[in-house]
Design a protein around this ligand. Structure first.
Ligand code: 4AD
Ligand code: MG
Length: 436
C-alpha cells in the first residue's frame, strides 16, 4: 500500500485540476497580500507554490479574521475551489472556503535582502527558500544519476569507516580526534579501505563524509564534504577515466531529465550541460597545461602546482568538463603509480569542470609493486609501519588497479551553476561556524 495523502492535493497537482473542482492543500504561507477586496495567500509545499485567494465580499467574518491573522511561514490547511486565473503562478488559484492555521508563525526573520552572514546564522530557516529547496532536489538527482551508473555497471557499494588511524592525503589537513586517549583522525578519504575491498568485490564504491582542515577559505572548500570514491581491480588510468566520464554524464543526464524546473529556479543556463553530454571530455596533460598557461601570460614553470587560480584559467579553453593528466610525481600522493617511461611523472588524473569551476574529481592508477610503494612511503617521510596493512595488499596477490574521489558538493555546485559550494549542501561547516 502506498502512502496516504488524506484527500490532499499538492500544489503541483492542483495546477492540473479543472476549474470548479474542490480540493484541500497543506503547506506554509510563502507570500501574503492583504488588499481591499481580496486577501491573497501563496502557499508553498515541497513541490511548489499555489496562490489562494479569499474575496472579502460575502466571506464569513471569522474566516476573514483568520486570514488576516495568518502570518508568513505559518503552516496551514486550506480548502477551496479551483479557478483559472492568468495572473496566478501556473495559471490557477484556489478560492478559499476554509482555512485552518496549524502553527502560527512568529514574525519570520527572513524578508529578503539580508546579508549572507545573517542568513548563515539562521540556516535552519533559510533552507525553506525556493532556491535552496531546488538545489537540494538537484542534489538528489545528481546522486541518483551517479548511483544508477554504478548499478548499471555492476559495482558494489561498501560502507567504510570515518574514524581512522592513518592519513591518506597527508598530515596538513587532518582533523585529530581523541579516541580513548589514543590519537585517531577523521577520514580524508576512504581510498585505502576501498583498495582492500577490490580483492574480493573487484569494483567498489562508497559515499562517505570526508574531512579536510583546509587552511584556505575558498568558494570550493568545505571542512566536511560528501566524498564519492570508486576503486577497481584490473583497470588502468584510461579505463578509469572512461568510467568517470560515464559517471559524470549519468549525473548530468538525470538532472536534465528530472530537474528542468529547478534548474530554472536557480537560473542555470542548461546549454553547457547539454553540450557536455554530446561530446567526449577532452584530455590535456600537465605538460600541455603548463604551455597553455604560459600562453595566457601566467608566470609558471614545469613542476609548479596547478592550483585553483590556474585551473580557472585553463577552463577558458573548454566548454565541457576535461581531464588533466600525468602530473609531476612530487605534486601528488605517494600511492600514485609512476609512469614507466618517465620516472618523474605519475599516472594521475583530475577532472575539471568548465566555467571556472575547476577540480571535481581526483584519481590515479595505484602503485601495485610492494617495493616501489615502500620506497615512495619512505621518500615522503612516512613510517612504513603505519601503512603495513596497505602494503600487505601488494604482498598477497597484487593486481593493477585504479580509483578516484569525486567531490559530490563540487559536482552539485557546478551542475546547478552556484557561485559558492556552501549552498550545495544543507549544513555547510565553516571554521567560524559549526552551527546549526
Ligand atoms: O583530490 P583529492 O584530495 O583525492 C583524494 O582524496 C583521493 N584519495 C581520492 C581517491 O582517489 N579515492 O579529493 C578528491 C575530490 C576532489 O577532486 C574534490 O572534488 C573533493 O574530493 N574535495 C573537496 N570537496 C570539498 N571540500 C574540500 N575541502 C575538498 N577536498 C577535496
Ligand atoms: Mg585533488
Amino acid at each position: 500500500m502506498g502512502e496516504q495523502n488524506e484527500g490532499f492535493n499538492s500544489t503541483k497537482q492542483i495546477l492540473k485540476l479543472n476549474e470548479g473542482e474542490k480540493t484541500k492543500v497543506r503547506g506554509w504561507i510563502y507570500r501574503k497580500r492583504d488588499l481591499a477586496d481580496n486577501i491573497f495567500i501563496v502557499v508553498r509545499d515541497s513541490e511548489g507554490i499555489i496562490q489562494t485567494v479569499l474575496p472579502r465580499k460575502n466571506a464569513p467574518q471569522d474566516l476573514v479574521s483568520l486570514a488576516e491573522k495568518s502570518t508568513i511561514e505559518s503552516s496551514v490547511v486550506i480548502e477551496g475551489i479551483v479557478k483559472n486565473d492568468e495572473r496566478a503562478p501556473g495559471g490557477k488559484e484556489l478560492q478559499i472556503e476554509n482555512l485552518s492555521i496549524i502553527g502560527l508563525s512568529d514574525d519570520f526573520p527572513i524578508k529578503g535582502g539580508e546579508s549572507i552572514d545573517y542568513l548563515l546564522d539562521i540556516r535552519h530557516l533559510w533552507l525553506r527558500s525556493r532556491k535552496l529547496t531546488s538545489i537540494m532536489k538537484i542534489r538528489q538527482s545528481v546522486l541518483e544519476g551517479l548511483r544508477e551508473y554504478f548499478k548499471k555497471n555492476n559495482w558494489w557499494e561498501v560502507n567504510p569507516p570515518i574514524l581512522t588511524q592513518s592519513a591518506v592525503e597527508g598530515g596538513a589537513t587532518l582533523f585529530e580526534v581523541n579516541f580513548f586517549n589514543k590519537k585517531a583522525y577523521l577520514s580524508q578519504s576512504a581510498q585505502f579501505y576501498l583498495e582492500v575491498m577490490i580483492f574480493s568485490l573487484e569494483k567498489v564504491w562508497a559515499i562517505t563524509p570526508s574531512f579536510r582542515a583546509e587552511k584556505s577559505r575558498t568558494r570550493r572548500h568545505l571542512y566536511e564534504y560528501y566524498h564519492l570514491e570508486g576503486e577497481a581491480a584490473w583497470m588502468g588510468m584510461k579505463d578509469m577515466m572512461n568510467h568517470v566520464e560515464g559517471l559524470i554524464k549519468s549525473a548530468i543526464k538525470k538532472v536534465l531529465e528530472d530537474r528542468l524546473e529547478d534548474l530554472e529556479i536557480v537560473k542555470r543556463d542548461t546549454n553547457i550541460l547539454e553540450n557536455s553530454l554530446k561530446t567526449n571530455f577532452p584530455e590535456i596533460t600537465y605538460d600541455e597545461a603548463i604551455l597553455k598557461l604560459k600562453n595566457k601570460g601566467i608566470n609558471i614553470k614545469w613542476g609548479d602546482d596547478i592550483g585553483a587560480d590556474e585551473e580557472k584559467v585553463l577552463t577558458e579553453y573548454f566548454d565541457t568538463p576535461f581531464f588533466l593528466t600525468m602530473f609531476p610525481k612530487h605534486l601528488k600522493s605517494f600511492y600514485m603509480k609512476i609512469d614507466d617511461s618517465r620516472p618523474d611523472v605519475v599516472l594521475g588524473f583530475d577532472l575539471e569542470a568548465p566555467e571556472g569551476y575547476g577540480e571535481v574529481v581526483g584519481g590515479s592508477q595505484r602503485e601495485d609493486s610492494y617495493e616501489k610503494l615502500y620506497k615512495r612511503i619512505v621518500e615522503e617521510g612516512y613510517n612504513p609501519s603505519d601503512y603495513q596493512w596497505y602494503l600487505d595488499l601488494r604482498k598477497y596477490g597484487t593486481v593493477p588497479h585504479s580509483g578516484y574521489g569525486l567531490g559530490v558538493d563540487r559536482l552539485v555546485t557546478w551542475i546547478a551553476g552556484l557561485d559558492h559550494i556552501r549552498d550545495s549542501i544543507p549544513f555547510p561547516r565553516f571554521r567560524e561556524r559549526i552551527y546549526p
